[in-house]
Design a protein around this ligand. Structure first.
Ligand SMILES: [Zn+2]
Length: 68
């Protein structure tokens, strides 16, 4: 029972630390960054599109070099 209780406490702690996520693959902090992409609309004009992406060591190189 002690094990189950500490597990619950850990979950509660993680839920309370807002925005901090640790990637299970690379074990580094996952940050949310805002990317601005240009997207061509039907009206043939370019409008910026904002989106949030999660960045950790798994994909930060790809994002910084513009692959993603
Ligand atoms: Zn990762």
């Amino acid at each position: 029972m002690a094990k189950a209780r500490s597990f619950g406490a850990k979950l509660a702690h993680e839920a309370s630390s807002e925005g901090k996520t640790i990637c299970p693959k690379c074990n580094s902090e996952v940050r949310k960054i805002k990317l601005i992409r240009s997207k061509k609309s039907k009206a043939n004009t370019w409008s910026p599109k904002y989106e949030f992406v999660r960045v950790c060591k798994c994909n930060e190189n790809d994002i910084m070099t513009g692959k993603i």
